[in-house]
Design a protein around this ligand. Structure first.
Ligand code: C2E
Ligand code: MG
Ligand code: MG
Ligand code: MG
Length: 289
């Protein structure tokens, strides 16, 4: 890297950097199918806490990959690679199946638990998706209300008639639909109002500094008001500090997800967390009676 500013050396470095990136991408594409079947991929669950009741009835499922040679690979990297290489449906199918199976196992202990799976743009264009999900839910005897799907603003803005048709079908099945990372795309709430979705998730960018940045607080307040006016539930993403919590409560935000309540947790840790959280909430309620 020291040579990067020298004539020639800079170019050589740039090229070898590119080669490495390219090689890594090829490795990810090559190893993905195998990883899906060998336990390298797994799901973590991040709780979403309802502010009014101080209870947790939902969580987001996030994929993880521990690669034997490359180590931990961020989903931001391999999801993007899978999207570019046309392999994202492999991941989505695997996630849906893993989460629905897990929901079936959780039905007895947590009958009101709802888990959200992230979809990519290509998933939303696939007209077989609603039927595949319906079959999966039937196969594992899981009610559609236990499943939620998250889609980004930019994903819903492509080829809109196909996307809207899919969202309509999914919503009619009673699956909860959320717009993820709201505020980072180009759409407005007025536009999203035409879409059959239940919830918007305000991006972490507006939440993380809410207690110190008055512009962020203003944006969150206005977004919650408008979203509620249009009939959406609102989740704030990425709350890390207690100080931010009172701002979110004041804004009227319905649900909060973030490290403040919990990082994403492995399956067993998550059900343990749920049990502990419910017990603590009950104790707090009894103390204040
Ligand atoms: P996302 O759907 O917006 O998920 C939220 C991300 O923010 C997660 O990162 C989560 O770990 C992180 N996060 C949550 N609370 C906090 C916080 O308080 N502070 C900070 N710094 N971060 C927080 P993760 O798991 O690395 O996932 C990143 C993105 O990768 C996701 O963003 C989603 O777009 C994508 N992704 C993850 N799993 C899947 C999947 O199964 N399918 C698809 N299509 N995309 C996925
Ligand atoms: Mg998400
Ligand atoms: Mg998000
Ligand atoms: Mg995000």
């Amino acid at each position: 890297q020291e040579n990067a500013s020298q004539a020639g050396g800079g170019i050589a470095f740039y090229q070898s950097g590119q080669d490495e990136t390219h090689q890594r991408e090829l490795t990810i594409i090559r190893d993905l199918p195998e990883a899906l079947n060998s336990g390298q991929l797994y799901v973590v669950y991040q709780p979403k806490v309802e502010l009014a009741s101080e209870q947790c009835h939902s969580a987001e499922a996030l994929i993880r990959w521990q690669h034997p040679q490359l180590g931990f690979i961020s989903p931001v990297e391999f999801i993007a690679t899978a999207e570019h290489s046309g392999n994202i449906s492999l991941i989505t199918q695997w996630m849906l199946k893993t989460v629905v199976k897990q929901l079936a196992a959780w039905q007895a202990d947590y009958p009101t638990l709802r888990i959200a799976v992230n979809l990519s743009a290509a998933d939303l264009l696939d007209q077989n998706l609603p039927q595949q999900i319906s079959t999966l839910l039937q196969q594992y005897q899981v009610p559609a209300t236990a499943l939620a799907l998250e889609v980004t603003e930019s994903a819903v803005m492509q080829d809109t008639s196909k996307v809207i048709a899919n969202l309509n079908t999914l919503k009619a099945m009673a699956i909860n639909l959320a717009i993820d990372d709201f505020g980072t795309g180009q759409s407005s709430l007025a536009y999203l109002k035409q879409l059959p979705v239940n919830e918007i998730k305000i991006d972490r960018a507006f939440v993380k500094d809410i207690e110190t940045n008055s512009n962020d607080a203003l944006i969150v307040n206005a977004t919650v008001k408008l979203a509620h006016g249009l009939g959406f539930k609102v989740t704030a993403e990425g709350l890390e500090n207690l100080a931010g919590l009172s701002y979110l409560k004041e804004s009227g935000c319905d649900t909060v997800q973030g490290y403040f309540f919990s990082k994403p947790l492995a399956t067993a840790e998550f059900s343990q967390w749920l049990t502990n959280f419910a017990a603590t909430a009950k104790q707090t309620a009894e103390l204040s009676e």
